[in-house]
Design a protein around this ligand. Structure first.
Ligand SMILES: NC(=O)C1=CN([C@@H]2O[C@H](COP(=O)(O)OP(=O)(O)OC[C@H]3O[C@@H](n4cnc5c(N)ncnc54)[C@H](O)[C@@H]3O)[C@@H](O)[C@H]2O)[C@@H](O)CC1
Ligand SMILES: [K+]
Length: 457
């Protein structure tokens, strides 16, 4: 797993259980257990704490270690600087002594062991002052160093160089003996259903556009849709647009121009027909299928686009009747069928097992829609709950496919794009339901995408 997976899981845990204090206690306990197995009792331990939940883990370990060791907690930014409610609770529940930054040198020199609880996966960029100097002092101390979760500053230009790292849930991408010392993985009790469920934590996968980026750097989506039902092109392209890519290009019949464009002049309209299809280079993702119908013309256009576009494909709706799995084999395409479409596409019953097998066999990412969406790449399986009965109305699938295409255009991995897309889609329905009960419409859902992207839900 990487940093984002851990962050995502923590947020999903908190959204179910209210907060993550129980995990923090368990993280502290696992550090303390590790120390007890490794270090003889009676030694002096300095726990150097930053301001986030990594610090909270360190403080909780201190509470357990007090019984057998001489423990000093150092709070780099004092109690006032503690940023999370869990970490404030940890210091409240801690019965030992704690010290300000001015005691750093003295604490380091009188300790045998340093527990590094400055930064975990919440670090953002290279450590700033005064952390650089603190990390250097720890590294030059000659003491035994144990890092909590990850060495502080890991994957930035300056990091703690520990003898040991006790990391939680799973090893983080890039950790090795050289940068993390001897690594121990500790299960801190995140339930399996939290690990597999899609939730608000999946929003961490959405990249933040860099202030200096220019047009096109933050995603260009292509959408081939609406040949027969222009509404589907409207719904999928507005949904992709609301996820925030730079450009959304709609490829459809010229006769749809005056229908689609009044909804949003920000869309780019490209008329296509059997003889004319603009270049598909430069698209970061391409959604193919909504509202195309099953005419020969639609079929030719779909086949042309599937064959000639070699980036991140998203297939939906009529594409399932006109394309076979072999035509997209090993292309990492995301497909978003409901049960009947799944059967039309694969000839199989729409079961979880068949979705996993099909994903594996054809190298696809499958988002099997239902009251519980199932998302799989053939190895991992995620479940998306939520949504409501109004979501059986026409158009919700077009909205979902558009959202997924928009996310994928931001270079989010296909499994994460499909998972996050499912979460956003269901959340759009749930927010609309709170306002209008069973009487909301598709445009209410599409409007809610922006609220969710802005994290105001
Ligand atoms: N509640 C949870 O979310 C759980 C998280 N766990 C621990 O919490 C860690 C993640 O905690 P957080 O997300 O609170 O973040 P961290 O504790 O990793 O650190 C983030 C803190 O450092 C500051 N900071 C970030 N980048 C900086 C920089 N470049 N220079 C200076 N200061 C910087 C931020 O203001 C923030 O207060 C995990 O690694 C793990 O150790 C565990 O407690 C288990 C449960
Ligand atoms: K750390």
């Amino acid at each position: 797993m990487d940093y984002l997976d851990e962050k995502s899981m923590d947020i999903n845990y908190a959204s179910t259980y209210g907060d993550t204090y129980k995990l923090m206690k368990q993280a502290g306990k696992s550090i303390s257990d590790f120390v007890e197995h490794t270090i003889p009792p009676g030694k002096s331990i300095a726990i150097i704490c930053g301001t986030g939940n990594n610090a909270g883990d360190g403080i909780c370990s201190g509470e357990y270690l007090l019984k057998k060791y001489n423990v000093s907690v150092l709070l780099i930014k004092d109690v006032k600087g503690l940023k999370t409610q869990e970490t404030r609770r940890a210091i409240n529940d801690y019965n030992g002594a704690y010290y300000p930054l001015s005691s750093l040198d003295e604490l380091i020199s009188r300790s045998d062991i340093i527990i590094d609880a400055i930064f975990g996966v919440g670090i953002n960029g290279d450590p700033r002052k005064p952390y650089i100097e603190i990390i250097e002092k720890i590294n030059n101390s000659g003491k035994t160093i144990i890092s909590v979760d990850v060495p502080s500053g890991f994957q930035t230009n300056i990091q703690v160089k520990p003898d040991y790292t006790v990391t939680f849930t799973d090893i983080k991408t890039g950790m090795n003996r050289e940068n993390s010392g001897k690594i121990t993985v500790s299960d801190i009790g995140i339930p399996e259903q939290i690990k597999s469920a899609v939730g608000p934590g999946d929003m961490v996968y959405m990249p933040i556009s860099a202030p200096e980026s220019h047009k096109g750097m933050n995603g260009t989506v292509g959408i081939l849709a609406g040949w027969e039902f222009p509404g589907a092109a409207v719904m999928s392209s507005l949904s992709a647009y609301n996820v925030g890519p730079d450009l959304v290009k709609v490829f459809t019949n010229e006769v749809n121009r005056s229908i689609i464009m009044p909804y949003n002049p920000g869309l780019m309209f490209y008329p296509v027909n059997g003889k004319n299809f603009p270049a598909l280079s430069g698209l970061n993702s391409m959604l193919i299928g909504p509202g195309m119908g099953k005419s020969k013309e639609a079929e030719d256009l779909i086949k042309y686009a599937v064959k000639n576009y070699n980036g991140q494909l998203i297939l939906d709706a009529d594409a399932f009747k006109l394309i076979t799995p072999s035509e997209v084999k090993d292309r990492n395409a995301i497909i978003t069928p409901h049960s009947m479409e799944f059967t039309a596409f694969t000839g199989l019953e729409p079961t979880e097992e068949n979705a996993v097998e099909t994903a594996k066999k054809y190298g696809l990412i499958i988002l099997l829609k239902g009251s519980k969406d199932i998302i799989t790449d053939g190895v991992n399986i995620r479940y998306s709950y939520g949504g409501n009965s109004r979501m059986t109305m026409g158009g919700t699938g077009d909205v979902l496919a558009g959202i997924v295409a928009g996310i994928a255009s931001r270079k989010v991995s296909p499994l994460r794009s499909a998972s996050l897309g499912s979460f956003i889609n269901k959340k759009c329905g749930d927010i609309a339901f709170e306002k209008f009960g069973s009487y909301y419409g598709i445009m209410d859902m599409i409007d809610n995408i922006k609220i969710i992207m802005h994290n105001k839900f």
